[in-house]
Design a protein around this ligand. Structure first.
Ligand code: CA
Length: 224
């Protein structure tokens, strides 16, 4: 696997490099956020280890730019600041995991292995259905390469249908997947979300069939 380490503490960076190379990875190191953004735009990395406290462009900004550029690789954030807000902000910006310094190297390598395993197992964080692409990390949708606006509930319903393409999904199971704890969501509400999804997706040839009295089915996409 190809890893990028973005860390301005030179001794920590070289320690990380040595340990991850010993695990069999190809490792690139930079101490500058600007260089990390540039490197990721030119080459493919399987995982990024990203320090938050960097000179000039900080790790939050690097993360924001990676996700804005549709870079889907897992990002493990390193922070010296054990502040809840930092961790939440990192996760909100699309980080997959974080570690607070100082940390034990074996824990870091274990987290790296877990993140790589997860991203490989899912065939990456992207769901593609014909002209539709959902980037589940950045939580952005694209239709024919153009950004597609989806409300949170529409996204959730669509994800359920995409997970069972060509299979009938009951309204009840959609409600269970979409509704929050203790929240009442009626079958009528699901109908509304599905009808909004149809109006957005059908022009691109993506069809959600109604199975009367039961639920819905996302049809296999056929290009015409
Ligand atoms: Ca630092």
């Amino acid at each position: 696997m190809r890893l990028l380490i973005v860390e301005d503490d030179a001794s920590l960076a070289s320690g990380l490099r040595r340990i991850l190379e010993a695990e069999g990875h190809a490792v690139d190191v930079t101490s500058r956020g600007e260089d990390a953004v540039l490197a990721a735009s030119q080459e493919r990395f399987d995982l990024v280890i990203l320090d938050i406290g960097l000179p000039r462009m900080d790790g939050f900004e690097v993360l924001r730019r990676l996700r804005a550029a549709e870079k889907p690789m897992p990002v493990l954030v390193l922070t010296a600041r054990d502040a809840v807000e930092d961790r939440v902000r990192g996760l909100d910006l699309g980080a997959d995991d974080y570690m607070v310094k100082p940390f034990a190297m074996p824990e870091l390598t274990a987290r790296v292995r877990a993140l790589l395993r997860r991203s490989q197992a899912h065939g990456g964080p992207r769901i593609v259905h014909g002209p539709l692409m959902l980037d589940t990390i950045a939580r952005r949708a694209f239709l024919r390469g153009e950004p597609l606006e989806l409300a949170a509930r529409e996204w959730a319903v669509l994800e359920v249908l995409l997970a069972k393409t060509e299979k009938i999904v009951s309204k009840e199971s959609i409600i269970q997947a979409v509704a929050g704890w203790g929240e009442d969501l009626s079958p009528n509400a699901i109908e509304v979300y599905v009808s909004r999804l149809r109006s957005k997706l059908e022009p691109a040839g993506i069809k959600i069939r109604t199975v009367r009295g039961f639920g819905y089915m996302l049809e296999e996409f056929k290009a015409h």
